[in-house]
Design a protein around this ligand. Structure first.
Ligand code: GTP
Length: 287
């Protein structure tokens, strides 16, 4: 999706319509880039609805960094739970957390002698963060359309998650941040925005630079890189690493030179698929 102000207003109105039906909001973020995958207006849009944060795709993220993010959100009074919606890891933890958020209402209903109804929940997040995958996991069967291209979520009904939770079958789609070039690079590196929007070589350059800084040893060992950059601000040194990876992965043109476009594509694909290891591209201390 290309987001324009009109689309944002429409997306916001759609979520606000759904919120009227909802007790608890499940905010889905990408564990590798929690703040960059967060909608800039989410607090304003959700207007104090009880909410939990899920850090999805934790299987691809650095567990040490994810633990730092959990503390970061806890400091803000938000419970964040790392999950892997694709395999279902930790998905069972969602219902108890939703119940805890809604416990005061359940108790007051019980006090009044009313049988508490199922908690009504809505999943919100930016495109490609895994909303449909999570809905399918919670539903226990395939309902929502999933795909690895942004913008495939369709259809509106309640899905029963056991007897205690009803989930809206269509998630709330939020737009990502755009104003910051670094945010754009992180979103592109993880696949949240389409490649066409940013140059692949820039995205690969950014990713390698971040990895040299934070995952240098792993990168060096994996690709047998003889010399790692000693100056992160020297672009030539970063490009040398990209070339070393390209050489190792066969991105060579005639004359033995490295095809940097091809190397960039390989780097991005390997990174997104987790083949470079579990890598986070954003830390609380980056801010
Ligand atoms: P839109 O329909 O564009 O709004 O996307 P969405 O948020 O519904 O995302 P979707 O569920 O379609 O997932 C996007 C891609 O991420 C798919 O290829 C999923 O298989 C993948 N995915 C979702 N959750 C996980 C996860 O926890 N780990 C990994 N590795 N991949 C995941």
């Amino acid at each position: 999706i290309q987001w324009f102000p009109g689309h944002m207003t429409k997306a916001r109105r759609q979520i606000e319509d759904k919120l009227k039906l909802i007790d608890v909001v499940i905010e889905l973020l990408d564990a590798r880039i929690p703040l960059s995958s967060r909608n800039p207006m989410v607090d304003e849009i959700l207007k104090g609805k009880p909410r939990m944060v899920l850090l999805n795709k934790h299987d691809l993220a650095d567990p040490v960094v994810t633990a730092e993010w959990v503390r970061y959100f806890a400091d803000q009074g938000l419970q964040a739970l790392p999950i892997d919606a694709a395999s279902g890891t930790q998905v069972k933890e969602i219902l108890p957390r939703a119940k805890a958020l809604w416990a005061h209402k359940i108790e007051s209903q019980l006090r009044k002698g009313i049988n508490p109804r199922a908690i009504r929940a809505l999943i919100v997040g930016i495109p490609n963060v895994g909303k449909s995958t999570l809905i399918n996991q919670l539903a226990g069967k395939k309902i929502a359309a999933t795909g690895d291209k942004p913008g495939v979520t369709k259809g509106q009904q309640w899905i029963k998650v056991g007897t205690e939770m009803d989930l809206l079958d269509t998630p709330g789609i939020l737009w990502p941040k755009f104003e910051d070039q670094m945010v754009g690079l992180r979103l592109a590196a993880t696949g949240a925005i389409k490649e066409e929007i940013l140059h692949l070589d820039e995205v690969a350059f950014f990713s390698i630079k971040y990895m040299v800084q934070h995952y240098g040893t792993a990168l060096q060992e994996r690709f047998g890189i003889a010399e790692m950059p000693d100056d992160l601000d020297d672009p030539n040194q970063i490009v040398s690493v990209m070339e070393a990876i390209g050489r190792k992965r066969g991105a060579i043109v005639s004359g033995g030179k490295v095809d940097l476009d091809k190397a960039s594509l390989i780097i991005i694909r390997d990174l997104r698929a987790g083949k470079l290891g579990r890598i986070s591209l954003e830390k609380p201390t980056d801010y």
